[in-house]
Design a protein around this ligand. Structure first.
Ligand code: GRF
Length: 209
């Protein structure tokens, strides 16, 4: 599910998911002008535009999303820049079957404007996290993180661009793990290769800055 540019969607399209028994069934956008829809169409993937403004409340909007997802008979939801907060009821219906990518090293910097906040705080490390979605915003079990160093002269835009490069590496990786059964959620714990994990897998990237 997307709302915007869809560069993470593109990384997933390009990721050869069929090698891990996965494929992208459809793309839902809550915005008709999302460039992500063009990416999906170019790849021959079904699309649906379900606009939140067409529904009087979140519950009915989420019910419309749910119906489309059931119609597509999907197994997993991947949020990729989907800018709506989902209701706890919707999240519960897809517990353990919905992932999100977030541009920070969670649990730090939940929410918006992460790059600006990292620069303002003077942190030396930043990155992105793939996590299961729970009712707490950006609060679900972390699967993996990409980590990079913050440059002394970085602007929010430069930092965002480098974090995006990491996102395009780690999201497809986590989705391959999901599709091939390497990761799952059991009793609210991340299971990796049959073992309960307490720490996310962190990958360090030495991108030029
Ligand atoms: C990414 O930064 C992602 O972490 C966040 O939304 C942004 C989506 O970017 N959840 P794109 O639409 O995939 O280019």
């Amino acid at each position: 599910m997307v709302s915007g540019n869809g560069s993470n969607l593109q990384a997933l399209i390009d990721a050869d998911l069929p090698l891990s028994n996965g494929h992208i069934v459809g793309v839902i956008s809550n915005r008709a002008d999302a460039y992500a829809l063009k990416r999906a169409q170019a790849a021959g993937i079904a699309t649906a535009i379900i606009m939140h403004r067409d529904y009087p409340n979140r519950t009915l909007f989420d019910a419309a999303l749910h119906q489309q997802l059931l119609a597509w008979q999907i197994d997993y939801i991947l949020l990729a820049g989907f800018m709506r907060i989902l209701t706890p009821q919707f999240v519960a219906q897809w517990a353990g079957r919905m992932l999100n990518i977030h541009p920070s090293l969670l649990p730090a910097y939940k929410g918006l404007n992460t790059h600006q906040r990292v620069l303002a705080s003077g942190d030396r490390l930043h990155g992105c996290s793939v996590h299961f979605v729970t009712a707490e915003l950006d609060g679900g079990q972390i699967i993996t993180q990409g980590v990079l160093q913050v440059g002394v002269h970085d602007t929010p835009e430069q930092l965002a661009a480098r974090v995006h490069q990491l996102e395009h590496q780690i999201y497809p990786m986590a989705v391959r793990w999901l599709c091939s059964g390497i990761i799952s959620l059991k009793n609210q714990h991340l299971i990796f290769n049959g073992q309960s994990q307490t720490q996310p897998f962190q990958l360090y990237f030495d991108l030029n800055y």
